[in-house]
Design a protein around this ligand. Structure first.
Ligand SMILES: Cc1cc2nc3c(=O)[nH]c(=O)nc-3n(C[C@H](O)[C@H](O)[C@H](O)COP(=O)(O)O)c2cc1C
Length: 384
């Protein structure tokens, strides 16, 4: 491993991230509890799950519910979704002025049909002028508070409609502090393998920092990605599902130490308990336990725990019940090393066709949409 990739901080405008590792925003996952849990493991930037600009501007209760920070969260980082320059800029201002946010990321990668159908997420960069207007206005709004704005995008709509190099140029021209690239197209969703060559091409194309994203399952993958692409940092999503200690390994790897944490089931149970406890602290016991359930199968992936135990954990309603169930796990069972380096979380299959607004591909500019011509919903939260 060349020493060039090691021991270097990531600079996002005024913000310095000592370890160049970012927890990918994941809707329904990267809430305050999970960000705290990961932050307890290693240094990095931990992005809040996506919130919608319109929801924030209109004071939507569900949106505000997600805008919660842990008391120990010193760097507040939030991802915004939006399609209307005025709403996104206003939402950025609210985040800075009222919520003490230190970093704003903008979602231009979501592949969910409900979102791309309206021209949002991964569909939006096709409209270059609209993208530029959103970025210009948002960067200006956040600059008044010295808060950096970054964007996160995909390679494009599909192999015939790539957008990432233009998006990188536009991000740079409009003053964004960095661009994160997930090396897949919208049509690929989460299928196949992330294209790290595209990340390298983007690095060569722009002068702002590039963050590489896609298929980092182990700390060694992160170093390899940086070496392969020249990226300034990495964004890690599915690899840390049920494995918050991956951040410990990532911090060690970027400090030049080879580390692979292999917790026994007893240590995994302790981590599960901590996760549930933090969720309950933030959301109350009933809702916290309900939220915790979706993480159970990721924590136990590859371990021998049988169906009845998994089912009971997947229905847990209180911390007392959780303790009782976790006590039945064999604490000495070793970590299932066959799981290392393998995909986890969403994979799915590619889509034949990306769902887009009618006539979307006819014009790659979208200046007609830059003055509020694209409908933005308040409650869109699917992420992706
Ligand atoms: C459950 C889930 C929710 C996601 N939500 C978002 C989101 O809200 N915003 C976003 O930009 N990406 C979202 N993503 C995409 C991830 O941030 C990341 O780009 C993708 O998973 C690829 O990285 P990975 O291979 O490290 O997982 C989501 C992914 C998953 C699995």
């Amino acid at each position: 491993m060349s020493t060039a990739v090691l021991d270097r901080a990531l600079r996002l405008g005024p913000l310095e991230v000592p370890t160049p590792v970012v927890l990918a925003p994941m809707a329904g996952i990267t809430d305050a509890a999970y960000r705290r849990l990961c932050a307890e493991q290693g240094a990095g930037l931990y992005v809040c799950e996506m919130i919608t600009s319109r929801g924030l501007v209109e004071g939507d209760e569900h949106t505000l519910d997600m805008l919660v920070f842990d008391e120990r969260e010193t760097t507040r980082s939030v991802q915004l979704y939006g399609t209307d320059p005025a709403y996104v800029a206003r939402a950025a201002e609210i985040l800075c002025a009222d919520h003490g946010v230190d970093h704003i990321d903008l979602n231009f990668g979501c592949p969910v049909p409900k979102v791309t159908r309206k021209g949002g997420g991964g569909a939006l960069p096709w409209k270059r002028t609209l993208l530029a207007r959103i970025l210009e206005r948002t960067v200006t709004a956040a600059a008044a508070y010295d808060v950096p704005v970054t964007i996160k995008t995909r390679k494009g709509l599909d192999a015939d409609h790539l957008t990432y190099l233009d998006a990188g140029r536009i991000a740079q021209e409009t003053g964004c502090a960095a661009i994160a690239l997930h090396g897949r197209t919208v049509a690929q969703a989460y299928s196949g393998v992330a294209d790290w060559d595209a990340i390298g091409e983007l690095v060569a194309h722009v002068d702002i920092p590039v963050l590489g994203n896609g298929d980092i399952w182990e700390a060694a993958d992160a170093l390899q990605m940086v070496e392969h692409t020249g990226a300034d940092g990495v964004v890690v999503g599915r690899g840390c599902l049920g494995r918050p200690w991956l951040f410990r390994d990532l911090a060690a790897a970027f400090a030049g130490e080879a580390a692979s944490t292999l917790p026994r089931l007893g240590e995994v149970a302790t981590m599960m308990r901590r996760h549930a406890e933090l969720l309950c602290e933030h959301q109350g016991e009933e809702r916290g336990c309900k939220e915790f359930r979706k993480h159970v199968s990721w924590y136990l992936k590859g371990f021998a725990a049988g169906g009845p135990m998994r089912r009971s954990l997947g229905l847990v309603t209180s911390l007392v019940e959780l303790d009782r169930l976790l006590a039945d796990l064999d604490p000495d069972e070793p970590f299932p090393v066959a799981e290392l380096g393998t995909p986890r979380g969403r994979q799915g299959s590619p889509r034949d066709k990306v769902v887009l607004p009618e006539g979307w591909l006819d014009d790659a500019d979208g200046s007609d949409l830059a003055t509020g011509g694209l409908r933005e919903e308040a409650g869109e939260t699917s992420g992706g």
